[in-house]
Design a protein around this ligand. Structure first.
Ligand SMILES: [Fe+2]
Length: 297
């Protein structure tokens, strides 16, 4: 993946092409070319967090409280203010309000356990500690039960604006704030229920595309302006301006088109869809699930 491109390899979670997934990883694996490879201190830290988060996930203990290192805090303080400046300009007002309500600071790494409690008060969603990418069926099973899997590690400091895998900056600054919105929480839960219930690969692919072009890379119309709410855009200093640039083909979110549209997670996203509201998206997913006859409504 080229540097500056979308920072996330969503592959194991939401990959339209890979219907057959690798088995769940039981120990840390950094992919070839990962900037942390060869940095023994980083690899050790990642191993420790992998084991801790995996245990908390499997034993249903909720996100562990983590004592972050000065280096991790340095990376957060380098990336988060840049993102926040872009959020103020381009993020959906729903996202911005939720980010402020959650008290997400650009100076201190938030504790996901506290964010989880606050989100739960608002929409009965909660955060599930994730040691890394989780196979899509397990991922969707958590979402179906109103749990959103989130990582608790931070990318490698040599390339603070890039990570080949979803990390805490992606999850916490991208995925967590919208969970405070009721329509968003309900539509996400429905996607989880539908994707973890159906056995049809073509239906799962439709639901993955629906998620990709909304939850990960969605745009929203607010007061005649196009704003961003997708986590993959909001967690990338490159994707935010790119998503609103003339290099991207943007059209209204039409479900029938979206579920037929392929995407390539390894590059900047140049095809995006704009929703009018989260209520619209919620009713679109309900209609789709009804049409596909998946018995979760
Ligand atoms: Fe994501």
């Amino acid at each position: 993946m080229k540097e500056g491109a979308t920072l996330i390899e969503y592959g194991q979670v939401i990959d339209a092409q890979a219907m057959v997934e690798p088995p769940e990883a039981t120990e840390l694996e950094l992919e070839p070319g990962h900037p942390g490879l060869g940095d023994e201190g980083y690899v050790q830290r990642r191993r420790g967090l992998f084991d801790l988060c995996r245990r908390h996930r499997l034993e249903n203990l909720g996100p562990p409280i983590i004592e972050y290192t000065p280096e991790e805090t340095r990376i957060w303080r380098e990336v988060s203010p840049k993102l926040d400046e872009l959020h103020v300009q381009h993020a959906s007002s729903i996202y911005l309000k939720a980010k402020r309500t959650l008290g997400i600071s650009d100076q201190e790494i938030p504790q996901l356990r506290l964010l989880s409690d606050r989100v739960h008060q608002e929409t009965q969603m909660h955060l599930v500690p994730a040691e890394g990418p989780i196979p899509y069926r397990i991922f969707y099973q958590y979402i179906a039960k109103r749990g959103f899997p989130v990582t608790q590690f931070i990318r490698h400091g040599s390339h603070p604006e890039f990570t080949p895998e979803p990390d805490m900056i992606h999850d916490c600054l991208g995925h967590v704030p919208p969970l405070m919105n009721r329509d968003y929480a309900e539509l996400l839960t429905l996607i989880g229920k539908a994707a973890s219930t159906t056995n049809r690969g073509d239906y799962v692919l439709m639901l993955k595309r629906f998620s990709w072009f909304s939850i990960e890379f969605g745009l929203i119309e607010e007061n005649n302006e196009t704003k961003v709410f997708g986590a993959g855009i909001l967690s990338s200093t490159g994707e935010i301006p790119f998503s609103l640039s003339k290099d991207v083909y943007r059209r209204p979110f039409v479900t029938d088109t979206v579920i037929e549209t392929d995407y390539d997670p390894s590059r900047m996203q140049d095809k995006l869809f704009i929703i009018p509201s989260f209520a619209f998206l919620r009713s679109e997913i309900e209609n789709l699930i009804r049409r596909l006859n998946i018995p979760v409504l």
